[in-house]
Design a protein around this ligand. Structure first.
Ligand code: URA
Length: 252
């Protein structure tokens, strides 16, 4: 298959080498080479699959799709732009391509696993209600957890008398309650309704005081990542996510 050619300024700006205006100016100054020859026209077409593009003497590899695992810290919103708060995109830093977006949302006070990508198809498959991708959270919960909390969640809770949830799996790590303080739990849900975890505990007269996402499908948070840190997905992590969601099945 013949790869699609794209403009040099698009190639370099997508790879985080500056805005298109900055790339144009860099080209005029002779800072960009294509296959070893200086290219001064930023609108020249290049084939990302075969042409070797370099800026300031360093080769720039083109990756059409990128995937990063972020340990989202508290106080940051799951958005690409926001007027008031820092966003998860701000955390990825200026060298990253600009079309990365978060797959789903974590609340501003929730920490943990967030996948950042520009792969719309994989994101759609992970978020689609039809695919039932498991999401596991660690939570600290105040209030008195009913004895049958796990049973109620397994049966499929009803929120506000009308929203029926799919069965969820609750594992109590530490019971908490009036004498023991906050309970510690793991909760696995198969859908992603607005504030779902918090609302499930509220329906049991409890309050989530700390929430962290540990996994999404087969993808588990790399515990060596401190809040705010990120790393690219490994090939194996990506292959497993694709296989379990059916993403990419229509390719080729
Ligand atoms: N459920 C919530 O209540 N908040 C989150 O951030 C994620 C799931």
């Amino acid at each position: 298959m013949m790869a699609k050619k794209i403009r040099l300024d698009r190639f370099l700006s997508e790879m985080g080498k500056g805005s298109r205006t900055e790339i144009r100016s860099a080209a005029k100054k002779g800072r960009i080479q294509v296959n070893g020859r200086t290219e001064k026209q930023a609108d020249a077409k290049v084939d990302p699959g075969t042409d070797i593009v370099a800026m300031d003497g360093k080769p720039v590899e083109y990756r059409a799709l990128e995937y990063f695992m972020l340990n989202k810290p508290q106080g940051v919103v799951s958005a690409t732009e926001d007027m008031r708060h820092r966003t998860v995109s701000d955390l990825l830093g200026g060298e990253k391509r600009r079309d990365l977006f978060p797959v789903g949302r974590l609340d501003i006070d929730t920490e943990g696993l967030l996948l950042m990508t520009n792969d719309g198809e994989l994101a759609h498959c992970l978020l689609s209600p039809k695919k039932h991708v498991d999401k596991t959270y660690f939570a600290r919960v105040s209030g008195r957890l009913p004895e049958d909390a796990a049973g109620q969640m397994a049966a499929g809770m009803v929120l506000q008398g009308q929203i029926r949830l799919k069965p969820a799996e609750l594992k109590v790590l530490k019971p908490g309650g009036s004498r023991g303080g906050e309970a510690e739990v793991l909760l696995t849900i198969r859908e992603g309704k607005f504030h779902q975890v918090k609302r499930m505990f509220e329906a049991l007269d409890c309050q989530v005081v700390y929430l962290k996402r540990l996994s999404m499908g087969s993808l588990s948070l790399d515990e060596t990542l401190q809040p705010g840190e990120y790393r690219p997905l490994t090939g194996e992590e990506l292959a497993r996510l694709r296989a379990e969601t059916g993403a990419g099945d229509k390719e080729g």
